[in-house]
Design a protein around this ligand. Structure first.
Ligand code: KIV
Length: 285
């Protein structure tokens, strides 16, 4: 059975923590789905993590659609969330509706996520929800505004900023968001927001009091090719395994140790003899 947004709210009520991870392709989403993750976010972190861009800003709708389709194919249980890329919802409400509609129709995902707050974003959230599209909001460090924020920094440390974030969270909840990601938010502020909301908060660098936690999958396995931010915990060093495996492969090719009989296919000797005979005959002619 697929996880639903209703179940996520019930998990908050029961005090059961929500586990969310990003994924961008079929095999990785299949592995984490089978392991039992509750939500899979096809993050626009796709840009820097998988496509080699400097940040998330260049990511297009087409790239997100392509990768989300693969992720959905890999899942049976997790709720799959499509991260709306930069400029897919900022230009106009009409554009936002068209792009969120495409995400749902063309990928089979179950919800969308968008960054930010304020009247315009709140309007988008309430419009999507009225259309039947569940929305996950995203406050704190919102990477699509990295230049406006002056870098990847903790948000909400000053009183005014902290108050604003609490208000923003309440407004997004009132607009119908089913959950809010809090990124790089001080632990105690994230706790206040979490306690004031009825919908679950999902933290990333926001401490232990959020209702759930999310990590970028490639950070967690040390394959994101960047120095992981402080809030990342590396659960398995897959990069080391891949590097060492590749080194061994190269060495075995060079020495002829691979492939062996075990990795090769046979053919009856009679066939080979006939081939060799025919070959000789042809040469004689
Ligand atoms: O794009 C992403 O991976 C995200 C998470 C960091 C929440 O937005």
């Amino acid at each position: 059975m697929r996880v639903t947004i209703t179940q996520l709210r019930e998990m908050k009520q029961r005090g059961e923590r929500i586990a969310m991870l990003t994924a961008y392709d079929f095999p990785f989403s299949k592995i984490i789905d089978e392991a039992g993750v509750d939500i899979i976010l096809v993050g626009d972190s796709l840009g820097n993590v998988v496509l080699g861009y400097e940040n998330t800003l260049p990511v297009t709708m087409d790239e997100m659609l392509h990768h989300t389709r693969a992720v959905v194919r890999g899942t049976q249980r997790a709720l799959v969330v499509f991260d709306m890329p930069f400029l897919s919802y900022q230009v106009s409400l009409e554009d936002a509706i068209r792009n969120a509609g495409r995400a749902i129709k063309e990928t089979g995902c179950h919800a969308v996520k968008l960054e930010g707050s304020g009247d315009y974003v709140v309007k988008i959230v309430s419009t999507f929800v009225r259309m039947g599209i569940p929305v996950m909001a995203h406050l704190g460090l919102t990477p699509q505004s990295v230049h406006q924020l002056g870098g990847f920094k903790v948000q909400g440390r000053a009183l005014q900023q902290a108050r604003q974030m609490i208000d923003d969270a309440l407004q997004l909840q009132a607009a119908g968001a089913f959950s809010i990601v809090l990124e790089c938010v001080p632990t105690k502020l994230a706790r206040i927001i979490t306690e004031r909301l009825e919908i679950p908060t999902i933290g990333i660098g926001a401490g232990k009091y959020c209702d759930g936690q999310v990590l970028v999958l490639h950070d967690m396995f040390n394959i994101s090719m960047r120095t992981p931010p402080r809030f990342v915990k590396v659960y398995a060093d897959i990069r080391k395994y891949m590097y060492n495996g590749t080194k061994k492969f190269i060495q075995e090719i060079k020495t002829g140790a691979f492939p062996t009989e075990e990795h090769s296919f046979s053919i009856p000797d009679t066939v080979i003899r006939r081939l060799q005979k025919n070959g000789n005959k042809r040469k004689k002619k």
